[in-house]
Design a protein around this ligand. Structure first.
Ligand code: AMP
Ligand code: MG
Length: 327
């Protein structure tokens, strides 16, 4: 479906579109973000479709205040100190999801952690206040392209693929946010260098580990494939791919109108065979089958084939990782 993408300066209109589950690119002080209601799995799936991302990597959730962020994640003293010093600003904190976290699992790529930040841009803050829920926002470019710093850049890549671009002029910083992982008991780790220097963070909370490579070539590789930095969510039960039959000792991850009969437990990604719906239900399904399968003493999860087109590419990427031998 090719729709017109509206270029607008009307923040109320942009907020209404986001609340309705549409995609809206918006300016931040770093780059333009591709916004979606982070609590709406279908909207988050549409982000991956619009970007043409071949894999689900976790997205940064943008909120208007630290209080709003800490409604979704567990904040410790370091997180509160950094939030007080650097928010609003180009610092993203990776923290454990709260048990009552309402952000859709797909936005965090199924992980138990979530990346949150409060952007320092008046229009972004006004938008987030009006939306009044977390907005998932990777950079507003097609996968593999450079991050956009003007509304015109956004339209070059995403025109016809998103509902609107909120035009706030050129971005001031142009480099992305610093990503700091505070979720490990082993201490803070810098996952991506960015707008807030590591030294400033260390002045606030002490030494941070670097997972940032030294050489420029290595750094470029790492930044182009941020997903490689992560240990991805995988179920405890083994996963069997491309199932064309299923046993009673298996939990079935089905797709389409004809789920294989005879499974010990069933989760259908999309009875209608809709890839966006399947993407939105993927992580919840894997988690449920894993828990239910173990409760029932089942041997493994069997996954029916999912077409490798559009969002199906990312779905298959994640299923392949879930089925890979564990190290
Ligand atoms: P982008 O959306 O393009 O700005 O990239 C988001 C960055 O945040 C990537 O480097 C991700 O790997 C990182 N990120 C987001 N969520 C998490 C998370 N839960 N754990 C670790 N890194 C994350
Ligand atoms: Mg990007």
């Amino acid at each position: 479906m090719d729709r017109g993408t509206r270029l607008t300066t009307d923040v109320a209109e942009a907020a209404a579109l986001l609340r309705a589950g549409e995609l809206v690119a918006f300016p931040t002080e770093t780059v333009y973000g591709l916004g979606a209601d982070a609590r709406n799995g279908r909207a988050v799936a549409a982000v991956f479709a619009a970007k043409g991302r071949p894999e689900f990597n976790p997205l940064i959730c943008h909120v208007a205040t630290a209080e709003a962020a800490f409604e979704e994640v567990v904040a410790d003293a370091r997180a509160r100190e950094l939030a007080a010093r650097f928010w609003p600003g180009p610092l993203t904190l990776v923290l454990p999801r709260r048990l009552d976290c309402r952000v859709d699992l797909l936005a965090g790529a199924g992980l138990d952690t979530l990346a949150v930040r409060v952007p320092a841009h008046p229009l972004a803050l006004e938008l987030l206040r009006r939306v009044d829920r977390p907005v998932a926002g990777p950079s507003a470019n097609r996968s593999g392209s450079v991050s956009p710093t003007t509304a015109a850049h956004v339209l070059e890549g995403l025109s016809g693929r998103i509902a609107a671009v909120l035009d706030g002029g050129p971005c001031a910083v142009g480099v992305e946010s610093t990503v700091l992982d505070l979720s490990s008991p082993r201490g803070a780790v810098l996952l991506r260098p960015g707008g807030v220097p590591a030294e400033a963070i260390e002045a606030a909370i002490g030494k941070v580990g670097r997972r940032v490579p030294a050489s420029a070539a290595e750094a470029t590789r790492t930044l182009r494939s941020p997903g490689m930095l992560l240990s991805h969510y995988a179920p405890a039960l083994p996963v069997r791919l491309d199932a064309v039959d299923v046993a009673g000792e298996e939990a079935l991850l089905a797709f389409g109108p004809a789920p294989l009969p005879g499974a010990g437990a069933l989760w259908n990604l999309s009875p209608a065979g809709d890839l966006a719906e399947a993407a939105a239900r993927l992580f919840a399904g894997l988690r449920w089958l894993d828990a239910e399968g173990r409760r029932l003493g089942l041997a493994r999860i069997a996954a029916m084939p999912v077409p490798a087109a559009g969002l199906g590419v990312a779905i298959n990427d994640r299923l392949t990782r879930a089925a890979a031998p564990r190290g």
